[in-house]
Design a protein. Structure first.
Length: 398
């Protein structure tokens, strides 16, 4: 079903009424303090990640209310509906755990967010401790990490620490990538994919008395750059669960890009009742540099994405670290850009949007080096404007 047809169908539908028990859970479980980080795509700098007022369980329940009344690719009662119905008890049982500990191998890249996928890269270890908000207003807590970063939320604030850069960022509320780290979200993603036309290529018994499903789904079209985030790839996802408890016990993901490549697999899925609060603390050295988005003067505050790109690259030519920081680079990144040897700005193109990235890309050509050593470099600068100052700032691509 195309996006246009889906929107037409949704507009024609009356709002479905959830069952009484689901309605109660929605009223009870939607807090305003627990957010989702890299949902569906790349995050901005840590101070730009928006907090969304819903938990993974509540979001999943809302998705269930809408999608469960849509026919699957085979029509009412067809394959999509059948797979979705099979996943219902798995989603409920997996999502009933108050907390979870996840360790997974993911093929990503150092310096990139958790949602970044690099099929040709080296596997990295991702680890997460997540406690979702509970009944009675209990705050959620989380800690997620990989080699170059760790982010923890104690229920009140989030601290992101980048050891290699010696930088840290503090923000109010919680930010956690439920789509990357919360097992119930994986099940709900597959359920939605099945109802939207994904293809089940295996369902049935796994090894050791487990149940297994492998679902194939198409990626979001991308133009003007390489695919970078999971939803942009044609992919296959395998989940394994225990039929006795209906809880998820394993996940693997492959992307189809010049072959079939494993890009994620769980090593540990541990369901917890009362995790130790110390698990969510982030130890930050006393000499760390705390980073915030700097205020911009009038000459920079109201610029569009193309103008921001030109000023950013001109600052790179001039080794102007101050301007680079105002335009969104952290002090560590600004120093790296200033020292990169950019000698001239050749061209700056028109901004464009593609894939699942929430900002824009601006193509550019610069000259690196001088004289016989000079060489042109073509790339896209990534910019976002979902920061408290509502202005376009650097988000990568240099």
């Amino acid at each position: 079903m195309t996006d246009r047809n889906l929107r037409r169908r949704l507009r024609a539908m009356s709002d479905p009424v959830p069952p009484a028990d689901l309605a109660g859970r929605l009223e009870r479980d939607i807090p305003d303090s627990f957010g989702r980080g890299e949902a569906g795509g790349a995050p901005g700098p840590e101070w730009m990640v928006a907090r969304l007022g819903a938990t993974a369980a509540s979001i999943g329940a809302l998705v269930w209310v809408v999608l469960s009344v849509l026919p699957g690719s085979g029509g009412p009662g067809g394959p999509g509906t059948t797979v979705a119905a099979m996943l219902d008890p798995v989603a409920r049982a997996t999502g009933s755990a108050p907390a979870v500990h996840i360790v997974m191998r993911a093929w990503s890249r150092t310096g990139e967010p958790f949602s970044f996928v690099d099929p040709a890269g080296e596997p990295q270890t991702f680890e997460a401790w997540i406690e979702m908000p509970g009944a009675g207003g209990a705050a959620g807590r989380a800690r997620v990490s990989k080699g170059d970063r760790v982010r923890g939320c104690d229920g009140r604030e989030t601290v992101a620490f980048f050891p290699g850069r010696g930088e840290a960022i503090r923000s109010a509320g919680c930010v956690v990538e439920v789509e990357t780290f919360w097992p119930a979200a994986w099940v709900l993603q597959l359920k939605a994919a099945a109802l939207a036309g994904g293809t089940a290529i295996h369902e049935g018994a796994g090894s050791g008395g487990t149940a297994r499903l492998v679902l194939r789904e198409p990626g979001v079209p991308v133009a003007g750059r390489k695919k970078a985030f999971l939803p942009e790839f044609d992919r296959e996802t395998e989940i394994v669960w225990d039929p006795a408890t209906s809880r998820l016990t394993g996940l693997r993901r492959w992307v189809i890009e010049d072959g079939r490549h494993l890009v994620a697999e769980t090593m540990v899925i541990e369901y917890l009742d009362h995790p130790d609060g110390a698990l969510f603390a982030v130890e930050v050295p006393p000499d760390v540099r705390w980073v915030t988005l700097r205020e911009a003067p009038e000459t920079l505050a109201g610029l569009g994405p193309r103008e921001v790109t030109r000023r950013f690259l001109e600052a790179a030519v001039a080794s102007d670290r101050d301007t680079l920081e105002i335009l969104g680079a952290s002090p560590h990144t600004a120093a790296s850009v200033a020292a990169a040897g950019v000698s001239a700005v050749v061209s700056v193109g028109e901004p464009f949007r593609t894939g699942v990235f929430r900002g824009v890309y601006v193509p550019y050509v610069v000259t690196l080096g001088r004289g016989e050593e000079a060489a042109e470099r073509r790339h896209n600068l990534a910019l976002r404007d979902d920061n408290p100052q509502k202005r376009w700032v650097f988000d990568g691509g240099f």
